[in-house]
Design a binder for this molecule. Structure first.
Ligand SMILES: C[S@@+](CC[C@H](N)C(=O)[O-])C[C@H]1O[C@@H](n2cnc3c(N)ncnc32)[C@H](O)[C@@H]1O
Length: 314
């Protein structure tokens, strides 16, 4: 066993022992996550993969898997990591019930991590933007790309959402779309659209034009050429004066836990890389291009607006 592995095994042992006690669980898991993140930065991709295998062979792994976020991330019941049900576990503000003590401690550790706080802040930021759009634009047309359960919109009352002319929910996952229909049954503006990014990029979806298009939790899966192409396609679907908002995780320490114990690999982008996602958009049509972050600073946003009809005429 290498020095690396001996030290890591010791930290895994300590984290497992720490889970027996409320006072030590959080710190031991945090130390383990910090160490894994350092290894992730130092090692080659091949060496990093072998660290994952070592961690999943350790007795701590079944304990972590008894916690619902880790379990759903690793098992991937819908065939991909990070489905909308997993997002609901992250969004929920209810304390987890029915978990044994060790699982509960892991769950509360994960719910307080920057990445899960960031996901909740991302949802809130979009709810604010939806509210603003409904105030500023008469009968707006809105599109959510890879909507999942579209929980950000459910922070607004159905009567408010119905001020929209249409609110299109696009996702590849039929089960998620069924849940959107169920939970937003009072929203008459809702329009469900089963569809994939591939079809959007190929121009096989007749979407029309929108005042607001946004995408949360999708670009973290897209390589740069696909991300840039999709951004251009979505930008082209904006009305004059319309706004496009795209979220992406910034490099965060939690990536090490996710890759190791959940095999959930995302593409983490720097602010510059997030701005680069607009590289195929025709800049003459852009009114404003900016980078923002939600308040926890773990998720960045590319925000683009299209020049308004008036400025085009002028
Ligand atoms: C992490 S979830 C985010 C869901 C939601 N936007 C949110 O913020 O809670 C990712 C979503 O992207 C959808 N998705 C992933 N790849 C897709 C693709 N190629 N086309 C359409 N939807 C996709 C998944 O079905 C899933 O609902």
């Amino acid at each position: 066993m290498t020095q690396h592995n001996i030290h890591l095994t010791k930290l895994l042992d300590q984290a497992l022992a720490g889970l027996r006690d409320e006072t030590t669980a959080h710190n031991r898991l945090e130390t383990l996550c910090e160490h894994l993140y350092r290894l992730r930065a130092e090692l080659s991709p091949r060496q990093w993969k072998s660290i994952g295998a070592l961690c999943r062979a350790h007795p701590i792994f079944p304990v972590l898997l008894s916690e619902p976020i880790t379990s759903r991330g690793f098992v991937k019941p819908r065939g991909y990591a990070g489905d909308a049900k997993l997002m609901d576990l992250i969004y929920s503000v209810q304390p987890a019930s029915g978990l044994r003590r060790e699982s509960r401690l892991v769950h509360s550790f994960l719910k307080n991590r920057p990445s899960t706080q960031g996901a909740r802040a991302r949802k809130l930021k979009l709810a604010t933007l939806l509210n603003r759009t409904l105030d500023e634009v008469e009968s707006p047309e809105i599109l959510s790309v890879a909507c999942g359960h579209m929980r950000e919109s459910q922070l607004l009352a159905p009567s408010r959402l119905n001020r929209a002319k249409r609110f299109v929910a696009l996702d590849q996952d039929e089960q998620s779309l069924q849940e959107v229909s169920r939970s937003m049954s009072e929203c008459s503006a809702l329009s469900i659209l089963p569809g994939s990014i591939r079809r959007l990029i190929a121009g096989r979806e007749e979407l029309g034009e929108f005042d607001l298009i946004y995408s949360l939790g999708l670009y973290d899966y897209l390589e740069q050429p696909v991300a840039a192409r999709l951004t251009q396609v979505l930008f082209d679907s904006l009305k004059p004066g319309g706004r496009l908002v795209i979220a992406n995780f910034l490099p965060v320490q939690d990536s090490a836990y996710m890759e190791t114990f959940m095999e959930w690999d995302l593409i983490y982008r720097t602010p510059e890389e997030i701005l680069e996602m607009a590289s195929e958009v025709h800049m003459t049509e852009v009114g404003e291009k900016r980078y923002t972050e939600e308040h926890s600073g773990t998720i960045g946003f590319l925000e683009l607006s299209k020049v308004s009809a008036m400025s085009v005429a002028a």
